[in-house]
Design a protein around this ligand. Structure first.
Ligand code: PEP
Ligand code: MG
Length: 314
């Protein structure tokens, strides 16, 4: 079956009934683009721009950034490319952006909080992205990491628009933003769910700490209920709700996430073939029944077996 997936033609992501589910790639550099294209990615769902500057002692200037963004966007003419503003802090400290000596950096001034504190760095990045967009043919979307509420969403979206970004959204990684999904989606053009951090913060278990690794399971119904809330809010206003955390690369969970309302799935390119193959074996109605079973389960393990039972009964 693995071989079949590997040899399958690189068709667009779709369910058995033809419902399109664009399959996008997570990348950390323009150098990752060829592998993404070769694996049939229909665009980029997460460009982790902080990976470009992990060793840089100084904030990169506009010209340096623009060159990297042009290099990536040029690989995806006519395709969606979702770029994340620098997500510094906790597991990914940047010397020029991250406070030293925080006792609990996962709950500290990270992501958008750090960018807002150093607004000139965020302005430079958005300016570089707008300039790169003007010179290339990709469909550029830009999003902020670690957004906690509606006010932060308004801040980011209005600054992005001021600086020439046409499509601006936020990541849903903090439970507070998922709980306010309807209002957040009233402001943002889209949301993209980072299931790694959304799981970490929902379960209050450090994703880097081995002793609590068992909590880091995106099958947990508590996490899936937040995804459902975001999916429902997106559907109500006709805006995209993507998934860009590791959860999207688990083929069966990917189908469940579509059943919960995810409109695109973004993952490491190596996972695309198996997810594409699994999606093609289920209708949207089946995906929704699988999602309902997972939501009603009391635990991650129970959600897995409830979904497996639904699949067997189909
Ligand atoms: C996530 O949190 O799920 C995510 C996609 O972002 P990162 O893994 O880079 O924190
Ligand atoms: Mg994250």
């Amino acid at each position: 079956e693995r071989l079949a997936a590997v040899n399958a033609p690189l068709t667009p992501g779709a369910l058995k009934d033809g419902t399109l589910v664009p399959l996008l790639a997570n990348v950390g550099s323009p150098n990752d683009a060829p592998a993404a294209v070769a694996a049939g990615a229909e665009g980029v769902g997460l460009f982790r721009t902080e990976f470009l500057f992990l060793d840089s002692p100084y904030a990169p200037d506009v010209a340096t950034q623009k060159a990297s963004y042009v290099a990536l966007l040029k690989e995806f003419p006519g395709k969606k490319v979702v770029v994340r503003a620098l997500d510094a802090g906790a597991d990914k400290p940047l010397p020029f952006l991250t406070d030293k000596d925080e006792e609990n950096p996962a709950l500290g001034r990270r992501g958008l909080r750090a960018l807002r504190h150093h607004e000139e760095i965020l302005r430079d990045q958005l300016t570089a992205l707008a300039q790169a967009d003007a010179e290339t043919e990709a469909d550029l979307w830009v999003m902020a990491p670690m957004v906690a509420d509606v006010e932060e969403t308004e801040y980011f979206v209005s600054l992005a628009r001021e600086l020439g970004i046409r499509t601006a959204g936020v990541m849903a990684e903090v439970p507070s933003v998922a709980l306010m999904a309807d209002q957040v989606l009233g402001v943002a053009d889209f949301v993209s769910i980072g299931t790694n951090d959304l799981t970490q913060y929902t379960m209050a278990a450090d994703r880097m700490l081995g002793t609590v690794a068992s909590y880091q399971d995106p099958w947990h119904p508590a996490v899936l209920r937040l995804v459902a809330q975001l999916g429902d809010a997106g559907r109500a206003v006709g805006k995209g709700v993507g998934i860009c955390g590791e959860a999207a690369s688990d083929p069966v969970l990917a189908v469940v996430l579509v059943g919960l309302g995810a409109t695109t799935l973004s993952m490491t390119p190596a996972a695309l073939a198996d997810v594409r193959a699994e999606l093609s074996t289920h209708t949207l109605d089946e995906a929704r029944r699988m999602a309902a079973a997972a939501l009603a389960a009391p635990s991650a393990a129970a959600a897995r077996s409830a979904v497996a039972s639904v699949v067997t009964s189909l």
